[in-house]
Write a protein that binds this ligand. Structure first.
Ligand SMILES: [Zn+2]
Ligand SMILES: [Zn+2]
Length: 405
């Protein structure tokens, strides 16, 4: 990007900082759960319309899509924010803490919206320099699978005009404010869920031989499931299988006839994600059969593996380095086993998902996502807005065709 554009972005991000901070605080005070982001969507719409951006509302229920048409013809790039909050009671003493009882923006989606609106403000100022169009995607319900990204895509947000690159970011309290996390390739896991019921035969605790003990079978199943990671999948491929909930039994001297289990299965590789449910079923059925028990298993695939495009990630690296210097790039070494529905956009269109550094112990911005004391250093908002505006401009200006995987 040319230097004068970088300067302009910096000036505008500075100019809009107080507005964006206020906006983020307004979002923060009135958090809404997935598919209930009505007030939030209304505010997003209002802010985009103020900029003269063409807006479509009610996309996938509460989603909002804005389109900024550049004065020169060219490609279309999308910037995405998520709008939903969490069922958490905020435990901060901030003057703008949540006023919606039991709900909190504890994942920073309030800041993501402010960053994308900030990018819209900056890019609107640079409209005559825009060689193409920018779509601003505000999606519902990132926190709860099946999520909002997929229905937004089904509603056509990546078409008319066709989107050829997509960028988004997520706050990260492990990264100091002022730095941006980048990662090539697989970045976040596919996180599937499963529900299992094991059925045995109940009876008196003193006569186990007349019964089929569902608790014992469940215990064997839980242990045996760990052999998926340790004995069935290539050890260099990360796999997590966890049973997080188990329920069964009524009294110490009654052999339990039914146990229910709920678990999560995660991996970073599409082939592995295909194999896990098959292995799971084989192991459960073998263990259950050996005990004479029966079972019911339901397996639901979660968000797919999030894979950042190499070229798009390199483009973001260059943008960050040009705007803030190389030291602002925080190379994320290892993928995470968490999931994110931004993955769906990346399945369709090349792009990259960045991490926005928000850590600042002086402002108490140290808590992890979903913590009741989660907060962000708001200085990150202008950085996030600038970076998103910058990658959008650089993407539209890039002669290199960024190919889909
Ligand atoms: Zn979250
Ligand atoms: Zn989040």
């Amino acid at each position: 990007m040319e230097n004068y554009l970088i300067e302009k972005i910096k000036v505008f991000s500075e100019r809009y900082l107080s507005k964006l901070t206020k906006l983020r605080r307004d979002f923060h005070q009135y958090p809404e759960l997935g598919y209930n982001e009505f007030k939030t969507a209304e505010r997003v719409t209002k802010e985009l319309k103020k900029l003269g951006i063409q807006v479509k509302t009610g996309v996938a229920k509460t989603g909002v899509v804005g389109i900024l048409t550049g004065e020169k013809k060219g490609k279309t790039v999308a910037l995405r924010a998520d709008m939903d909050a969490l069922p958490i009671t905020e435990q901060t003493s901030l003057p703008y803490k949540s006023k919606n009882k039991g709900l909190m923006h504890a994942c920073g989606h309030d800041a993501h919206m402010a960053c994308v609106i900030g990018a819209a403000m900056i890019l609107s100022e640079l409209k005559e320099k825009l060689p193409g169009n920018v779509k601003f995607i505000f999606q519902p319900s990132e926190e709860s699978p099946p999520g909002g990204a997929k229905p937004m895509i089904q509603a056509g947000v990546l078409k008319n005009p066709h989107v050829s690159g997509v960028f988004g970011l997520h706050c990260d309290s492990a990264i100091p404010v002022g730095r941006i996390g980048v990662k090539d390739g697989p970045f976040m896991a596919q996180a599937d869920s499963f529900n299992l019921t094991i059925k045995g035969v109940g009876g008196h605790g003193a006569r186990p031989h007349d019964c089929i003990d569902a608790i014992l079978v469940a215990a064997q199943v839980i242990q045996a499931l760990q052999t998926i990671a340790s004995r069935k999948i290539d050890p260099v491929q990360p796999v997590v299988i966890s049973v997080g909930k188990i329920q069964g039994g009524t009294k110490r001297n009654i052999i339990c006839d039914k146990v229910t289990l709920e678990g999560t299965a995660r991996s970073l590789n599409k082939e592995v994600t295909r194999r896990i449910p098959v292995l799971l079923k084989n192991i459960i059925s073998g263990v259950a059969r050996s005990a004479g028990a029966s079972f019911e298993l339901s397996y639901s695939p979660g968000y797919p593996v999030l894979i950042n495009d190499h070229q798009a990630t390199d483009l973001a690296r260059e943008t960050i380095a040009n705007m803030f210097g190389r030291q602002a790039i925080f190379e994320i070494k290892k993928p995470l086993m968490g999931a994110e529905d931004f993955a769906y956009y990346l399945e369709k269109v090349p792009g990259t998902f960045l991490r926005l550094g928000i850590r600042n112990p002086k402002k108490n911005a140290i808590y992890p996502w979903h913590h009741p004391k989660f907060t962000v250093d708001e200085d990150a908002i202008k950085i996030g807005a600038s970076v998103l505006a910058g990658v959008a401009l650089d993407f539209l200006n890039s002669k290199k065709k960024i190919q889909s995987r």
